[in-house]
Design a protein around this ligand. Structure first.
Ligand code: CP3
Length: 342
């Protein structure tokens, strides 16, 4: 098979040969970019996510500066929950005004109707699609149900999300109901993004690594399966990223997705042995490596590419880019990834 002429990102998602390794960067639209900080000084974060013209502008900023192979919609994992009536502020992490602690609150959570509750998200996708440089594909995204539960129960970012993890043991049926509701809401949300033009869909499970495999399977993975089953008929590549998921890969291997995002703690050759040949991998340079001198950064890129192998690899960081990263280091990263063989 010859490398396809279209998007290298979409080809790599499907495990097809590519002329160069595609790259995008988790949290590529954000605070490390001076043009983002300039806009953000004038407009609060929630407004940026709700105004399609501004959300599209911020989405496109990194693609104008760097030869990135995909755009990720500028939004937040909590945005659809705001649309479902949950009061959330950003400072800068999400703060839930009334953390979920009772069955009554869970039962009262309504379903998400994207066109009614978050119409600006689909409008943002359409604006990005119309203007995206080099015809780069647009990735739609949502938070994983368990990660959303962590924020809803704890009410703010914490180190261990203790109250959320305790709730799985203290009130498992309430947790299951909340996860089912979130799974269905995220299925509706991601479907609407795909219908608006998103060409791939990604689920961020940022706090999966807090769970032991049995709890991961019972709570987090079951909910993700419920979402992914509803997305499969759309025909777009599905990406699942579990931060600190190294000990969960055998379970993630059973999930019907095209691509698995891997953090930097698990080498991609090791991850592939567990995930099998049919899944592509995305990752997994340590965000800290962007602070290396140029030659060492190139060495690190080559190592990641070697471990990933030539097919079914989308280069990325192992987690979001740090706000104090030098944008010039990102330019060097993109060049290094594109140089040479996949
Ligand atoms: O990747 C992108 O460029 C698209 C935009 C994006 C944001 N958040 C913008 C944002 C994406 C994909 C997210 C996902 C997100 N949000 C996750 C999953 C990915 C991960 O990093 O694990 C999580 C856990 C959140 C929740 C969240 N939102 C946190 C913890 C924070 C605090 C600060 C931070 O940047 O980590 C936010 C706020 C947020 N979301 C900002 C941005 C650019 C900063 C807000 C500001 O400008 O003040």
């Amino acid at each position: 098979m010859k490398p396809s002429a279209g998007s290298t990102f979409l080809a790599a998602c499907r495990g097809e040969p590519v002329s160069h390794t595609p790259i995008w960067v988790m949290r590529q639209a954000g605070r490390y970019l001076p043009e983002y900080r300039e806009l953000r000084a004038k407009v609060d974060f929630a407004t940026l996510t709700r105004r399609p013209d501004l959300a599209a502008e911020v989405t496109l900023q990194p693609l104008r500066r760097f030869e990135l192979d995909a755009a990720i919609l500028f939004s937040d994992i909590m945005t659809p929950l705001q649309g479902m009536g949950v009061q959330i502020e950003f400072a800068p992490g999400p703060i839930v005004r009334e953390p979920f602690r009772t069955m009554k609150q869970i039962e009262a959570l309504p379903p998400l109707v994207p066109e009614r509750d978050v119409p600006f998200v689909m409008e943002s996708v359409r604006l990005v699609k119309a203007e995206v440089p080099r015809g780069a594909p647009v990735i739609g995204f949502a938070g994983g149900p368990f990660t959303l539960l962590c924020y809803l129960v704890c009410g703010k970012p914490t180190k261990e999300f203790a109250a959320a993890r305790a709730s799985l043991y203290a009130a498992p049926q309430a947790a299951e109901l909340l996860l089912e509701k979130l799974a269905d809401a995220m299925a509706a949300y991601l479907t609407a993004q795909a219908q608006a033009g998103a060409q791939a869909l990604m689920m961020f499970e940022s706090w999966a690594g807090l769970l032991a495999p049995a709890e991961f399977r019972h709570f987090a993975l079951r909910a993700v399966e419920r979402t992914m089953k509803q997305l499969r008929p759309l025909g777009v590549p599905l990406i699942y990223y579990a931060n600190q998921g190294g000990s969960l890969l055998a379970d993630i291997a059973t999930l019907d997705v095209d691509v698995v995002g891997v953090d930097w703690r698990t080498p991609l050759d090791v991850a592939r042995r567990t995930l099998g040949e049919r899944k592509a991998v995305q990752g997994n340079l340590d965000p800290a490596a962007l602070f290396a001198p140029p030659q060492e950064l190139r060495n690190q890129v080559q190592r990641v590419k070697r471990e990933a192998g030539p097919r079914g690899h989308i280069f990325n960081l192992g987690h979001g880019i740090w706000p104090d990263t030098d944008p010039d280091a990102v330019a060097r990263l993109v060049d290094a990834v594109h140089q040479g063989m996949p």
